[in-house]
Design a protein around this ligand. Structure first.
Ligand code: OOG
Ligand code: MG
Length: 256
């Protein structure tokens, strides 16, 4: 087995069994970001082989709050599968994760094939709908600590997502107020403008990123634009609700 395939297997096992592992770069400090994207693709291939379906992509580290929280200041992307989706208003089982965190995001559903260098206007024209969303991230690395190649290989910490009601594509989400509430108290407050100045730029970045991997965004794909605030670490018993100005809310319960 090649080294990259071995890393892909280690990460897939860690995700499946919710077991923390040491950072890949601790033993292999020369791992490049390019290697890391190859590992990510191989590791997601193992999931597709088990029957998981591609559902879209997630952008990460697209806001300053997120970059500061994890100490990595370059945008990353990862792949979403249908199995990662949780029901709005439902339960998240804490024991299925290593150390899950929730972050409020904007989700786009793509209506037209999109890839490569596109303008924000072209990206907007390809949007079929927008929705309020919460992403559940769960780094497979010990203590949620990683370098850029580590987090890229780990599918950008992606582990779950919850979507609220879809709104029409012309809903203006460029500066949408967001409150992440935990047990009725605000835990994080922000605006979608924190995402690259306007979350549509995240869709532009997603189109460019998938093209570099020889892929495209296809009709029906979901694109998560990235956390607008720092992420909230989840504890059993919590009731989490993210409110989005004019778009509604997304909620779930954290069960043991
Ligand atoms: C990396 C993934 C970042 C976002 O929305 O910024 C991310 C991490 O923080 O573990 O999903
Ligand atoms: Mg995220």
């Amino acid at each position: 087995m090649s080294k990259l395939a071995e890393f892909a297997r280690i990460l897939d096992d860690a995700a499946r069994t919710a077991t923390a592992i040491p950072q890949l770069t601790e033993l292999h400090p020369d791992l490049t970001v390019e290697d890391a994207y190859a590992i990510q693709a191989l590791s997601m291939g193992l999931r597709y082989d088990r029957g998981e379906r591609r559902a879209g992509v997630k952008m990460g580290l697209t806001s300053r709050a997120k970059m500061q929280q994890v100490g990595v200041s370059e945008a990353v992307w990862g792949r979403l599968t249908g199995a990662m989706r949780l029901t709005e208003g439902g339960d998240l089982i804490r024991s299925r994760y290593v150390h899950p965190r929730a972050e409020p995001e904007i989700a786009y559903i793509v209506g037209k094939s999109l890839a490569g260098d596109v303008s924000p206007a072209e990206a907007l024209a390809a949007v079929e709908a927008v929705a309020p969303a919460v992403e559940i991230i769960d780094s497979r690395f010990r203590n949620f600590k990683f370098t850029l190649p580590d987090v890229v290989a780990d599918n950008a910490s992606s582990s779950g997502f919850i979507l609220g009601a879809w709104a029409k594509p012309d809903a203006d989400v460029s500066n949408t107020g967001i409150i992440l509430e935990v047990d009725g108290r605000p835990a994080q407050i922000g605006s979608s403008a924190a995402i690259l100045g306007n979350p549509i730029r995240s869709l532009v970045a997603a189109a460019r990123a998938v093209a570099q991997a020889g892929e495209r965004l296809e009709p029906g794909d979901i694109v998560l634009a990235g956390g607008a605030t720092a992420a909230h670490p989840l504890t059993p018993g919590e009731y989490v609700r993210a409110w989005f100005q004019d778009l509604g809310s997304v909620s779930f319960n954290v069960m043991p």
